[in-house]
Design a protein around this ligand. Structure first.
Ligand SMILES: C[S@@+](CC[C@H](N)C(=O)[O-])C[C@H]1O[C@@H](n2cnc3c(N)ncnc32)[C@H](O)[C@@H]1O
Length: 256
């Protein structure tokens, strides 16, 4: 059952991601960085979009032995940027997204691509997908925005349910930023004083003045691996960004 907090979270999250403008969806919500935001040349924007998509696709596919017969599923598919090239490489590709307007945009972007299916979901379950029917679940630039721990947990349980035994799961998430000395001292002080553990600041905000946080939960790599394992997903690899790149890519497989 949905709690009031989850219902509010669902509304807020949809409001946050929903946009009627394909430009806004592509270059402000999905591919956004200072270079893109300051670029006024439409042709250059298309080039940056293609380049970023290709780079991110390479990273997504790293270590995944994608086969032409596979059924694949993307959580947080946005406008279907990654689905378009991937649809050529598998039999069936399902995309789910919390935002009805992103899904509408995806229907436009993927017009004519026959082996894709798109669904608006409740932001935490995969009710439209049957058990053990998927060979590969992936998620990119989405888990980093999940702000409720129970939503992460619910998704991992759903991923384990829909994957066939031995099926692959590749997720990009954010790892915890290393704590400063001041934060570490506060942690120690709180532990000594018996207070709740201090988790460090949430750093990533979409933009000043927005009420919903852009950045969601971050995980320590060990904590993330433990969580995957607790859902019956055996961790095959974990790649960490360097320095101030706080991304983390995990590949896991459903235990047979
Ligand atoms: C930055 S976009 C990434 C889109 C796509 N994965 C890509 O890389 O092109 C994040 C997407 O995740 C969706 N999203 C955010 N929270 C979600 C949730 N809890 N469940 C499903 N989709 C979610 C947003 O609506 C948005 O379309």
């Amino acid at each position: 059952m949905q709690t009031q907090q989850q219902a509010e979270w669902l509304n807020d999250t949809r409001r946050f991601w929903d946009t009627d403008s394909d430009f806004e969806a592509r270059f402000r919500r999905i591919c956004s960085d200072p270079d893109i935001e300051s670029c006024a040349d439409p042709q250059r924007l298309e080039e940056l979009w293609e380049k970023r998509t290709q780079e991110e696709l390479n990273q997504l596919l790293s270590g995944i032995p994608l086969e032409a017969e596979w059924t694949c599923l993307e959580i947080g598919c946005g406008i279907g940027r990654l689905m378009r090239p991937l649809a050529k490489r598998c039999r069936r590709l399902i995309g789910v997204d919390i935002s009805p307007k992103m899904v509408t945009a995806a229907k436009r972007y993927l017009r004519g691509v026959r082996n894709v299916e798109l669904h608006v979901n409740d932001g935490q379950s995969l009710a439209m997908v049957s058990e053990a029917s998927v060979d590969w679940v992936y998620s990119h630039l989405t888990f980093q925005h999940l702000t409720l721990p129970e939503v992460v947990d619910a998704y991992l349980a759903e991923i384990a349910r829909v994957l066939r035994p031995g099926g692959y799961c590749r997720i990009q998430a954010w790892r915890e930023a290393p704590l400063s000395w001041e934060q570490r001292l506060k942690n120690v002080a709180r532990l000594v004083l018996g207070r709740e553990r201090y988790h460090g600041p949430r750093r990533w905000l979409w933009a000043p003045g927005r009420s919903v946080k852009f950045g969601g939960i971050t995980f320590h790599p060990r904590q993330w691996c433990r969580l995957l394992r607790s859902h019956g997903l055996r961790v095959e690899s974990l790649e960490l960004g360097r320095g101030h790149d706080y991304w983390m890519w995990s590949t896991s497989r459903k235990v047979v």
